[in-house]
Design a protein around this ligand. Sequence first.
Ligand code: FES
Length: 79
Amino acid sequence: SMLEAAHENDIDLEGKSFKAIFEVAKRACEGSLACSTCHVIVMDVEHYNKLEDPTDEENDMLDLAFGLTETSRLGCQVI
Ligand code: FES
């Protein structure tokens, strides 16, 4: 997932088209959709639009995320 890639690459989400900000660079629930600590904001709307739509479960968790934006996703769910 993007989250794993970011961790492996020291949160350097290389590439201009996929700049994201990690609100908190750790995942409290290990990607099981039980937290929102992996909240990311996809800065490039075009890239955001290419991602698969979030599931209802992801949206429910996103609603709890601090600083939710139009292009927020949970990093652990974005492949
Ligand atoms: Fe908990 Fe992504 S790590 S929802």
